[in-house]
Design a protein around this ligand. Structure first.
Ligand SMILES: Cc1cc2nc3c(=O)[nH]c(=O)nc-3n(C[C@H](O)[C@H](O)[C@H](O)COP(=O)(O)O)c2cc1C
Length: 250
């Protein structure tokens, strides 16, 4: 059984959750990184199982990630879809990933909603996925393996609504004076929104607000406004204050 881990993970939380599931499914996974700028797609084998994971941005899957996923030819491979969110809510993210996966020719056999540290308001779900999450996600993988072994082909009831909720706009990171023009942010930006010859310049229309540049800058020179982060954190207080569990839909 070949395992593929197909991820869009700007700041690493989504990848941690996907890796916990892929590892527990029992084999070394081949990674397909949807965050690379020149993603051209790939062909899977029908006996494969793909773990497809994306973060929730405003209750939706990132459009870039969905567009790139649709370049993959699944050829009937099975898929476990995962929406990773920062302890607020994932809303229509999982159903959007599931729909796109089916469009690619995957047979969606399970869905998971998983929590990871909020990549803007880091006080929420800080340090997650943690050991408790890892155990829970591994337990989900065991149930998925049982379903595969039993050759059950029931469609999982994936949460979410169609049409999906409208996506909103977000915070565009800026460059502080500590920037040394190393260009790592420009190379790693999933959508090429940062000028390679002058990394201090960001195209706000291309930026998808994913915080990858903030996470990868070795000088901590890429930031969103501290005032805005405070405002976002206050606005999220009620919906984020209680620890949310990961969930399996099978
Ligand atoms: C632009 C943006 C929008 C987000 N919207 C939501 C949201 O609607 N609900 C939520 O719970 N978390 C939200 N988050 C938090 C991310 O879903 C969460 O931190 C996720 O783990 C990020 O994935 P990554 O670590 O792979 O980049 C948002 C983060 C960003 C950057």
């Amino acid at each position: 059984m070949k395992i593929y881990k197909i991820v869009f993970s700007p700041t690493g939380g989504t990848d941690k959750a996907a890796s916990a599931v892929a590892y527990a499914l029992g084999a070394e996974a081949e990674t397909v990184d949807l965050s690379v700028q020149n993603f051209t797609g790939c062909n899977l084998t029908d006996d494969g199982i793909a773990v497809i994971a994306m973060p929730s941005f405003g209750g939706r899957a990132p459009k870039t990630a969905i567009d790139r996923l649709k370049k993959i030819k699944a050829n009937g491979a099975k898929a476990v879809v995962i929406a990773v969110y920062g302890n607020r809510e994932q809303e229509d993210t999982l159903i959007e990933i599931s729909d796109a996966a089916e469009e690619c020719g995957f047979e969606v056999i399970a869905g998971i909603t998983a929590v990871a540290e909020h990549s803007i308001a880091h006080i929420y779900a800080a340090g997650r996925p943690d050991d408790t999450d890892a155990k829970q996600l591994a337990g989900f993988a065991e149930k998925i393996k049982e379903k595969i072994k039993a050759s059950v082909s029931d469609m999982p009831k994936i949460p979410g609504n169609r049409p999906y909720k409208k996506s909103g706009s977000g915070l565009v990171p800026k460059t502080a004076s500590a920037c040394t023009n190393c260009g790592i942010c420009a190379d790693k930006c999933p959508v090429g929104a940062i000028d390679k010859s002058n990394p201090k310049k960001t195209d706000g229309k291309l930026c998808i607000n994913c915080m990858r540049c903030v996470a990868v800058c070795p000088q901590n020179a890429r930031k969103v406004s501290g005032v805005m982060v405070k405002l976002v954190s206050v606005a999220l207080k009620n919906s984020c204050k209680d620890r949310k569990d990961n969930r399996l839909f099978i």
